[in-house]
Ligand binder design. Structure first.
Ligand SMILES: N[C@@H](CC1=CC(=O)C(=O)C=C1)C(=O)O
Length: 473
């Protein structure tokens, strides 16, 4: 046995100065006491729980909350390149066929769009998650949660906020594409790099003007496209054709679709579809689009509603005007692409069978959605220029969203969740998303910043008339 020489009177670590047996005894007793104490606590707890059945037992583990004061949300600021620092003039979003005239712009846009599509579904800036903001599969994005568990996306429909909610949504998509394009342009060989950098700086998302061209644009039906990449010519998957759902996501999507009893047909191929069970589906979609009178109905938005914002914005009013609200024209385009329509007596058409995602609560997964909504945003922006004093007035929406129960009054200060501005803390509202200049883009019709509001109003009306009136003056 080891003898301890001169043990201190008050040892700091008493175990050091004990012999083996004493140390064993000491530790064992301490452990036994601890086990006893834990046992008493457990048994006491369980007994108490059964003795008080009415009591709700809650244990909330501490966690890093995304709503905590320190958390900054994704900042939705739009594309910020190519803006004239003196005049503030921003690059325009172009009509698709005009957009196609810039070979460099198209090369960058298609590659960046494809990159977004291919990003991992767990990345909040992937196409999958961006698309999931709008409707199904009814999941939180960027930690923006509330108390409502309503099977809906964040998007507002049947509400005065319908046009304006989609504005920051598109700006988010646009800023991701733009950020990618600026980086990608730098990778091109020196002889063409400047052309690509210039194209990247003015790159904005294109729009599909189904009011002037009520048919499916050829490019969205092509499975592949040849583009010039920094490494040379390449045949790439065309991102505008369809979105292939990332592995492991389809079951969840299908389950979410089942909540609303949506037809499971659209979940059979693992990719978005547009009425594929029809022999010539792109042709059929175009035929259906041709029956909608989108040209006249778009014109009427400007000429028949007396500048009444509520009628313009939403389908909430089921009166004589309901066919000429922006949301209604928009709905019919969704349905022409995503359902098989039947012509019924008394109605120009009636929805019959879901056969594509665009007609469903999963519409935003079809890349065509963003081209379609860019046109909705454009019509909205033009309408704002024609009627600058008409805007969101408080109105009840009978449809809830992921965060808002149904039958609440939407107004100019209702947060447009989950979109936050420059500080990553303040959600957009209809007040702060009113002007497109906030998001770094414009439309050709609104380019002239020297006009007074009345001049601009007349100017835009003339263009609307030349594009969409029967006379096309
Ligand atoms: N649910 C709309 C159509 C529709 C509108 C959307 O906004 C959408 O994302 C998908 C579909 C209707 O039946 O009229």
């Amino acid at each position: 046995m080891k003898t301890l020489r001169n043990p201190p009177l008050y040892p700091r670590n008493p175990l050091r100065h004990m012999d083996h047996a004493a140390r064993f005894n000491y530790v064992t007793r301490a452990l036994m006491f601890l086990a006893f104490a834990i046992g008493v606590l457990l048994i006491g707890g369980v007994a108490l729980k059964y003795a008080t059945p009415g009591l709700v037992w809650k244990f909330t583990p501490p966690r890093l909350s995304s709503t905590a004061a320190h958390y900054r949300h994704v900042r939705v600021v739009g594309a910020k390149t190519g803006i004239n620092s003196e005049t503030g003039s921003a690059p325009p979003r172009l009509e698709l066929s005009e957009f196609m005239n810039s070979a460099e712009g198209v090369d960058l846009y298609l590659q960046c769009h494809l990159e977004l599509l291919n990003k991992n579904a767990s990345d909040k800036l992937s196409f999958y998650q961006i698309a999931a903001i709008h409707g199904g599969p009814y999941q939180a994005w960027d930690g923006v949660t509330g108390n409502v568990t309503f099977p809906s996306g964040y998007a507002t429909h049947r509400s005065v906020l319908f046009p304006v909610w989609h504005r920051p949504y598109l700006a988010l998509f646009e800023q991701i594409i733009s950020g990618c394009a600026v980086k990608l342009a730098k990778e091109y060989d020196e002889d063409v790099r400047k052309a690509y950098e210039d194209a990247a700086s003015v790159l904005r998302i294109p729009y599909w003007d189904w009011a002037a061209k009520p048919w499916l644009p050829a490019i969205v039906a092509q499975p592949f496209r040849t583009v010039r990449t920094p490494k040379g010519l390449a045949n790439i998957t065309n991102p505008l054709h369809q979105f292939t759902f990332p592995e492991g996501t389809v079951d969840g999507l299908r389950a979410a679709a089942a909540i609303h009893k949506e037809d499971p047909i659209i979940w059979t191929t693992g990719a978005t579809m547009r009425c594929p069970q029809l022999a010539d589906h792109n042709g059929t979609v175009s035929d259906q689009l041709g029956t909608l009178n989108t040209t006249l109905r778009t014109y009427q938005l400007f000429t028949e509603l007396d500048g009444d914002y509520e009628h313009f914005a939403s389908i909430g009013y089921w009166d004589v005007h309901h066919r000429i609200s922006l949301e209604n024209v928009h709905n019919s385009v969704h349905l022409a692409v995503g359902t098989e329509m039947t012509i019924e007596e008394g109605a120009e058409w009636a929805r019959s069978r879901l056969c594509g995602h665009m007609g469903s609560d999963f519409a935003s997964f079809d890349p065509l959605f963003f081209l379609h909504h860019a046109n909705i945003d454009r019509i909205f922006a033009l309408w704002q220029a024609v009627f600058p004093d008409s805007y969101v007035t408080p109105r009840i929406s009978d449809l809830g969203t992921y965060l808002r129960p149904a039958n609440l009054t939407d107004n100019i200060d209702t947060p447009l969740q989950p979109f936050f501005g420059e500080d990553g803390k303040t959600p957009y509202t209809a007040a702060t998303a009113r002007n497109i200049s906030t998001f770094g883009y414009t439309y050709l019709e609104l380019m002239d910043l020297t006009m007074s509001p009345p001049e601009l109003s007349e100017h835009v009306l003339r263009i609307i008339s030349s594009l969409y009136s029967e006379k096309k003056s």
